[in-house]
Design a protein around this ligand. Structure first.
Ligand code: HEM
Length: 397
């Protein structure tokens, strides 16, 4: 039995080919395996299983927390005390907190912030448009997304660069770059201090922002101090890191495919469809779960303590689900992607993310309709749980 288990040498954090062309790697593996054991496993020797096909991932989400707990978000990190609140919780705590938070992420709430998103996008573009070039990730994607979501969270927009740096270190440093985890720990510590400081200020003087609402939610749901801090942390990281990754992949695609940016920007309907294509075709999340009960899942003998990764980024390219899955098609008929995950942990920020992507597509192309990549070889990216680009140089006239 053991030797029939498909094993593939793939480290999602560091594999060079994967960092260069993640979807090319997924396409090759997914054709052969809907699920495989990645080598190496965790530093402590547990197996890391990776699900690539849409249906296998749906089956995994359906098994739920009885087998696959959310207790750890990263494929290769040593287990730690729950650091990231909401996302690392299981029942009975998770549904209680999630229900209380959901109204603050509803489509209605997001719509009240949409005009401000447009304003912020224009302000950020104005800072570099006359230069005729920019490094898209750090000049646009990160500051734009940071300003939109941190404003809602109530984080003052000073030292954004430093905050973006902390978010990167906490989520993306690999075990090779940070063998003892001290840099990740320090970054988490900085964000925790920042967020708890803001929470103290809001306790004394409430504002109309998410940190103020979270204080009431924490009291109503009797959240521990650690889980309150962890939930503020995951909101900070979720708000800062994820959408910037999606927007960067979208910008690279549009820079390389002028016809697609024209198709995407015809009207609000095409913008919305293009946004779903970005989410499907350039999915960024490889959601990790902790196996908490031995189980034979799709023929793989999983042991308690193993990790299992649901690659929503691979699922979006599944040829069994989508015609011409590798093609970006604004006129795609059916697009039931699972880029935001499924089940109780489905992305709570999905409506925010969609709106941020839509506003990016609209505003960027209004001001900079024609652009190209300066040095394709300089593009580099990060993998792991949340994929994204680190550098993308663009030029326009
Ligand atoms: C394109 C952007 C985004 C993508 C693709 C994405 C994807 C995901 C996915 C796949 C999950 C489920 C993980 C799992 O199975 O455990 C998730 C959860 C989550 N996301 Fe997002 N996300 C995005 C943007 C955002 C934004 C803007 C926020 C802002 C707050 C956010 C906050 C969260 C939180 C808090 C959770 C945990 C929800 C829970 O555990 O109940 N995400 N996201």
């Amino acid at each position: 039995m053991e030797n029939t288990v498909p094993t593939v040498p793939l480290d999602l954090d560091t594999d060079e080919q994967f960092l260069k062309d993640p979807w090319g790697v997924w396409d090759r593996i997914r054709k052969e395996y809907g699920i495989f054991r990645a080598e190496p496993g965790t530093p402590a020797g547990e197996s890391v299983w990776v699900c690539t096909r849409d249906q296998v991932i749906r089956d995994g989400y359906a098994l739920g927390a009885e087998y696959f707990s959310n207790a750890i978000l990263f494929p290769y990190r040593p287990p730690a005390e729950r650091q990231l609140g909401l996302v690392e919780m299981d029942p009975p705590l998770h549904p209680k907190l999630r229900k209380a938070m959901a109204p603050h992420f509803s489509p209605r709430v997001v719509e009240t912030r949409r005009d401000r998103m447009h304003e912020i996008a224009r302000e950020v573009i104005a800072q570099f448009i006359d230069r005729g070039e920019c490094e898209f990730v750090n000049d646009f994607a990160k500051p734009y997304v940071a300003a939109v979501f941190l404003e809602y969270l109530g984080v003052p927009m000073t030292e954004v660069e430093q905050m973006v740096g902390w978010a990167y270190d906490a989520v993306h440093l690999t075990n090779d770059e940070d063998p003892d985890g001290s840099r990740r720990g320090a970054a988490m510590g900085h964000v925790r201090t920042l967020m708890l400081g803001i929470a103290d200020e809001r306790r004394a003087e409430p504002q109309d922002d998410l940190t103020t609402y979270m204080l009431k939610i924490a009291a109503d749901t009797q959240l521990s101090d650690a889980d309150f801090a962890g939930t503020l942390l995951v909101l900070f990281f979720g708000g800062l890191d994820t959408t910037a990754g999606s927007i960067s992949f979208a910008a690279r695609h549009f820079a390389e495919n002028p016809a697609d940016r024209v198709a995407a920007t015809q009207d609000s309907e095409s913008v919305a469809r293009a946004t779903e294509e970005v989410l499907r075709a350039f999915g960024i999340l490889n959601a990790t779960k902790l196996v908490v009960k031995d189980v034979d899942f799709h023929g793989c003998p999983m042991k308690k303590g193993d990790r299992i990764v649901f690659s929503t980024s691979s699922a979006g390219r599944d040829e069994e689900i989508y015609d011409d899955a590798a093609e970006f098609r604004v006129d795609r008929d059916s697009n039931r992607h699972i880029a935001f995950g499924l089940g109780p942990h489905r992305c709570i920020g999905a409506h925010f993310a969609r709106a941020e992507l839509q506003v990016f597509i609209e505003e960027w192309h209004k001001f900079i309709p024609e652009y190209s990549i300066v040095d394709p070889d300089a593009i580099h990216s990060h993998g792991g749980s949340v994929m994204g680009l680190n550098q993308l140089n663009l030029r326009w006239t």
